[in-house]
Design a protein. Structure first.
Length: 152
């Protein structure tokens, strides 16, 4: 079933690698490109003024050309670039998680489509059970060398 694949950790890792390698190839070939991405996962530094921020749609297209392309780089799983926004060309550094890129576009044609959903990190609360503590202590005490760590 498609849902099982797009939420699979291995599939997400493969898509992230494909996005990174494709963008790196475009950097090498000096090929301008666009990215269609989930705006909610993008950060701007400095933050954009609200009147600019409110204009973005949930899926937003950024085109990397000129100065924006020249400043673009991939770092720690993010596509990072500088861009100007609004009529005043408000400058900001844009950080886009690679997996939030839905499409990579060249000349109005999608060359990569990403359906992967980054798996949520599963954190289970750690519990200490009484039996485990006793077994651990018994194991520690069974080694005569460990007696030097005990208070007398």
């Amino acid at each position: 079933m498609l849902e099982n694949i797009i939420q699979d950790e291995d599939f997400a890792r493969l898509m992230k690698k494909n996005i990174e390698e494709l963008i790196a190839l475009f950097f090498q070939k000096e090929q301008n490109f666009g990215i269609l991405c989930k705006i909610e996962e993008i950060t701007f530094n400095p933050q954009l003024p609200e009147e600019i921020n409110s204009e973005f749609r949930p899926l937003t297209l950024f085109f990397l050309a000129g100065y924006t392309f020249e400043t673009a780089r991939i770092e720690d799983g993010y596509l990072i670039f500088e861009a100007g926004f609004g009529s005043d060309n408000f400058g900001s550094v844009v950080s886009v998680p690679l997996l939030s890129i839905i499409q990579v576009i060249v000349d109005e044609t999608p060359v990569l489509i990403n359906l992967a959903i980054e798996p949520a990190v599963k954190t289970e609360p750690k519990s200490v059970d009484e039996k485990g503590v006793k077994n651990s202590m018994a194991s520690f005490l069974s080694n005569p060398e460990n007696s030097k760590f005990l208070k007398k």
